[in-house]
Design a protein around this ligand. Structure first.
Ligand SMILES: *Cc1c(COP(=O)(O)O)cnc(C)c1O
Length: 385
């Protein structure tokens, strides 16, 4: 038995990094343009070291994450990269020792800590509409910049994170926060210069390209091979994850006979189902389960029940790969002997034909939500290098 399996294609990560780096170089008039790879939460749970190495090979020399522990792990790998910690913190000696670029979140912060802030590169955070942290007004920003100058503290960058970039809403909230930020940059760069200005996640970049005055974009999900929304799909970004299980039994249910906890699936007619050795305990979101497709031997079948270590697939009807279940279904045999699906067959939950972003569209959750829970202790993990 093969066991449930997660395959992570590092060549896809490298390809996606190279594609974005080249794209920024081609399409921007600014100098020093580039890509800051967002590798927070263990590189969206794909493995920090493996992902950083692949992005480095794709040409990326600037990384960002939320924890200084991950910043150190990146520094231990490469001495010739920039590493930004986007969360504010006060481990000044640690930051200095590992050459970590730090976030300056407010005027109070620099007033309180200026004596310990020397010999560190600082990027000021603008709160924008996100307001997790960061300065909240142009006055506050100017106060920080003046104070820093007087104390000889090096401000190298200015950044923000848009709160609406992944959403297209009637009120055009993204456009509002973006335009406020661009107006702020226009004002502030008259009086101060920054080596680094960055704001855009994958969604913002794919909506607008790199924005004026910006030196870098700061994508996560595009680098991992998934689209933040369906208005930007091309064949250049390659999905990185394949998740599969194996059929461990095939069961014929008579009409009215249930399977799973609390009769979670009760067919109204005789039905053939396959039980697969992968469930929510392996990190597959429950929402990904019911009513959504899996692929077995190049045909799509429907998931009908979802348990901790098992899922159940209805295997007496299928649609062809290019169709979805809205199209008419082909009923095949309900006899085990004639079943097209056999014990030992591989069942794909995610692969090139079933990319995570397709399930985002169906309401399963964002791509990062689908990636984060994947369970490395129960899945057999293979990296393709
Ligand atoms: C997660 C994150 C990103 C990347 O977002 P994607 O939507 O994955 O591109 C960029 N910047 C910050 C501050 C983030 O937290």
């Amino acid at each position: 038995m093969k066991g449930a399996k997660l395959t992570i294609n590092l060549l896809a990560l490298q390809n996606n990094a190279k594609y974005l780096v080249d794209n920024i170089k081609r399409n921007s008039t600014e100098n020093n343009n580039g890509v800051i790879a967002m590798v927070k939460n263990n590189a969206y749970n794909l493995g920090l070291c493996e992902a950083v190495e692949s992005f480095y090979d794709g040409g990326i020399r600037f990384f960002a994450t939320t924890s200084i522990k991950e910043c150190k792990a990146i520094r231990d790998m490469y001495s010739d990269v920039h590493i930004l910690c986007v969360n504010p913190n006060t481990e000044f000696d640690f930051i200095r020792e590992y050459g970590i670029t730090a976030t300056l979140p407010s005027f109070e912060y620099i007033q309180e800590n200026h004596e310990k802030m020397k010999d560190i590169s600082w990027h000021i955070e603008w709160a924008g509409h996100m307001r997790r942290s960061g300065c909240r007004s142009e006055t506050e920003l100017r106060n920080i910049l003046e104070f820093a100058k007087s104390k000889d503290i090096e401000i190298e960058g200015l950044w923000t994170h848009f709160s609406w970039a992944d959403t297209f809403d009637e009120e055009k909230n993204y456009e509002k926060e973006r335009d406020e930020w661009i107006a702020l940059l226009k004002n502030i760069t008259k009086d101060y210069s920054f080596k680094y200005i960055h704001s855009q996640n994958s969604a913002s970049f794919s909506r607008d390209g790199i924005l004026p005055n910006h030196t870098h974009i700061r994508p996560g999900i595009l680098l991992y091979g998934y689209y933040p929304h369906d208005r930007y799909e091309n064949d250049k970004i390659i999905p990185s994850i394949e998740l599969s299980g194996e059929v461990i039994s095939i069961i014929k249910l008579s009409a009215g006979e249930s399977i799973g906890y609390c009769s979670s699936f009760v067919p109204t007619e005789d039905t053939l189902v396959a039980v697969v050795n992968l469930g929510y305990g392996d990190g597959l979101l429950r929402k990904r389960g019911i009513g959504h497709d899996v692929i077995i031997n190049d045909k799509k079948y429907k998931l009908v029940s979802f348990m901790m270590s098992h899922t159940v697939v209805k295997i007496d009807e299928y649609v062809h790969m290019e169709d979805s279940f809205d199209a008419s279904e082909k009923i095949i045999s309900v006899n085990i002997e004639n079943s097209e699906v056999k014990i030992g067959d591989t069942v794909y939950y995610y692969n090139k034909e079933l990319p995570l972003h397709e399930f985002t569209k169906k309401g399963v959750g964002s791509c990062s939500e689908q990636m984060s829970p994947l369970n490395y202790s129960t899945l057999e993990v293979e990296y393709i290098r």
